[in-house]
Design a protein around this ligand. Structure first.
Ligand code: GMT
Length: 379
């Protein structure tokens, strides 16, 4: 197959899923064309089947806001025509789905039929997309896509709740490359961070409000009353300064390390005892899956699709959003010598169900199904 993938090239769930999917397809011999405004973060090596097409965003003194969506649609038309794409797979509805629908219509007018598949990732539906300033366009572009996937049952339900969607949505969960995300022997890291045998707790996110990083810090603070522990905060974003202030106010700054954006987060996860994900919204929770693949149990909220991944009482625990006391007591339960090994084992077993080798064929089957439908309809 010759597939065009459109995504955000930055760190963050949807871009990571799109890039890893493209890499997986390329390894199977498919040709994959990434169409974005800069080189995707994880696409930093050579593979004969991987191609990158940069969107040219021309500005003009008249434009207060350069029209990215139009430049993207034009690039999709160009790549689809000249690389003879079989389909376009766009990740994150805004603005990728509407740009793809526009590209599809332009190509149709030239006699070229190209199927468009849209994957909904989370905030494109639950936060930004349902805002009245975007909702009509998101609804239209979901309904006009030839195939739509969502990363969890919860996100599918939210899509039907917030938008007048009249078409089927296929759930295809996030996945993980267990060759990359696996427990590595990095004991020297652990000794350096936890010289007195403290437990190591990790949170990774983009430090946006929806991640409730302050809850993670408060849970850690309460754990520390009883269990000596250290907290590693991985990632960066708008809440970072507030979180640093909170750690100072609580008097725990000496036990908290801010690591910023990390390329090899699996090295840190390899020495962690517990992962915290207290999010207010989370359609799937890829960061928790990455932790579980490195044998780290998860204390999380029960927001969105998290309970579809983190099995309460088995791979960790899920609590109502903001229930810091319950999250703390569950964390202590996991961290006790009697339970930790069992939770770690369960976390890994659950992560294996989302191995890329299980999920990739689900995507390729869906591609074939959608291409066949479009072909039949156009005859
Ligand atoms: O978590 C984020 O804020 C980033 C966001 C994205 O689109 O880049 O992640 C969303 O997509 C991921 C991959 O499908 C999911 O694992 C995350 O749960 C989801 N985030 C939210 O729903 C908040």
């Amino acid at each position: 197959m010759n597939v065009g993938i459109v995504c955000y090239p930055t760190y963050g769930g949807s871009g990571v899923v799109a890039t890893e999917l493209g890499i997986g397809l390329a390894k199977q011999g498919h040709k994959v064309h990434f169409i974005t405004y800069s080189q995707p973060t994880r696409l930093d090596f050579f593979n004969e089947n991987l191609f990158y097409h940069e969107v040219d965003i021309r500005s003009y003194p008249l434009f207060k806001y350069p029209p990215y969506e139009l430049a993207l649609a034009s690039k999709m038309v160009d790549v689809a025509k000249y690389e003879q794409l079989d389909l376009l797979h766009v990740h994150y509805a805004i603005p990728h789905a509407s740009a793809a629908v526009m590209a599809k219509q332009i190509l149709k007018a030239e006699g070229i039929e190209i199927p468009v598949i849209t994957t909904l990732h989370g905030t494109d539906i639950t936060l930004v997309g349902k805002d009245p300033s975007y909702e009509p366009v998101v609804t239209f572009s979901i309904n006009q896509s030839d195939g739509v996937t969502s990363v969890s049952e919860s996100l599918k339900k939210d899509t039907f709740k917030h938008f007048n969607v009249t078409r089927e949505i296929r759930v295809i969960p996030n996945f993980i490359d267990l060759e990359k995300f696996k427990k590595q022997h990095k004991d020297h890291f652990k000794t350096a961070i936890c010289p007195n045998g403290e437990k190591l707790i990790v949170h990774t996110s983009n430090f946006r409000k929806v991640k409730r990083v302050d809850d993670a810090v408060r849970v850690f603070h309460q754990i520390q009353d009883t269990v000596p522990a250290k907290l590693l905060l991985v990632g960066d974003g708008p809440e970072r300064a507030n979180i640093e202030n909170l750690c100072r106010e609580l008097g725990i700054i000496e036990d908290v390390r801010f690591l910023g954006k990390l390329e090899a987060v699996e090295e840190v996860l390899s020495v962690a005892d517990l992962f915290l994900m207290p999010s207010e919204k989370e359609s799937f929770g890829l960061a928790a899956l990455e932790a579980m693949a490195c044998e780290v149990p998860v204390i999380s909220s029960n927001a969105g699709g998290i309970p579809e991944l983190n099995i309460n009482g088995v791979t960790g625990f899920t609590s109502n959003i903001g229930n810091i006391d319950e999250m703390t007591s569950n964390a202590m339960h996991i961290l006790s010598d009697d339970h930790l090994a069992e939770f770690k084992k369960n976390a890994l077993a659950r992560a294996k169900e989302f191995d890329i080798t299980n999920i990739l064929p689900v995507y390729t089957d869906f591609y074939n199904e959608v291409m066949a439908q479009v072909m039949t309809a156009s005859r």
